[in-house]
Design a protein around this ligand. Sequence first.
Ligand code: ATP
Ligand code: MG
Length: 381
Amino acid sequence: MKMLESANHIIQTIEEAGGEAYIVGGAVRDMLLKREPGDYDLATSFLPDEVMRLFPVVIPTGLDHGTVTVVLDHIPFEVTTFRSESTYSDRRRPDEVTLGVSLEEDLTRRDFTINAMALKPAGLVDLFGGQDDLAAKIVRTVGRAEERFDEDALRMIRAFRFMSQLEFTLDQETEQAIKHQKQHLQSVAIERVAIEFEKLLLGPGREAALAAMLRTGIQQYMPHLNETIIKQLMALRFNGVSSDDVWTLVLVAGLRPEALRAWKRSKKQEGRAKTLAPLVQKETLSDWQRYRLSDEELEHLNEMTGRRHEERTSLPIRRLQDLTVNGRDMVELGLQKKQIKEALHHLERQVVHRQLDNQREILLKEVMSWKNQHGTESSTH
Ligand code: ATP
Ligand code: MG
């Protein structure tokens, strides 16, 4: 079954059991834009346990928020009970989620008109002019922008994210409200901001979205960003950048490497950014620079820059283990434990720099003379 058919099957099953269900949010927006949705989220009048009774494979993924995941043909569908959210005292998360409200209330809590439509085989529910805004390519909040950003400040970054992904413009009232409310972004968990910012940077409308950000000045409230960095991000050529590499570009644009910590990215993302950023501008790489990268990192660097650096297969060795000698040989030659690593790294550098051939006899001889030069100190102990 295709994904849409499966989603419709869930809707029908719920309707036959006496409930209401719709495809909601991003999937409706994408379908109306004739884009393939990444996933289909559903909203229903049924409570989680009623949904669970109707389908053979259901995972209770977020019961507190009324969400279960129905798995059909190995494809997961999030099915969430109609809900409203009240009193956002900390501007981060709703204090209270109320289940079992009407579809209208569920749609009212959503962020933008283009994200607040509901669809079922019998028709579309569009209470806030979402279709008009899609046609006019406008990102506009549901209800008064000031209030909506006051409830959840992350929505301000989401507005720029959708601008970039969809190449839409920002409604004037929405932009004004961001100017007034921008400082509240500081109280939002940085991980949530980072995820939206990554999507923004990967979108085709990045330049216009960043320009809009600058008009509001919101970058002041994003860790260690400033106008210069944003302008660089607008100017940089992005060539096939994946979500793993976004932060490399942010470093290239001028964010200090130490500042990345504040964004709480994964070890992998942070490591890759710090490794690749200094290499992005380089026309050619030395053997040692290529050696220090993984195959994957070199591939990403090529992708990002559009360059074709020589493959690592052309290096004399690709990893320490490729040396024709190993730690055991070092022990047999009488090296002390703490010298072994040092000696191997010495050989590694010599071989990668093509000063020595990776031949066992040659390397063993080199270790002996290295030991005579470096070994005296420890042998006196
Ligand atoms: P994508 O295709 O990138 O996943 P999406 O529209 O599905 O885009 P999500 O972040 O997955 O975006 O959110 C799903 C839906 O939930 C949104 O379309 C919107 O209706 C609602 N939503 C998400 N985050 C918020 C928020 N902070 N405030 C209000 N509504 C939100
Ligand atoms: Mg989504």
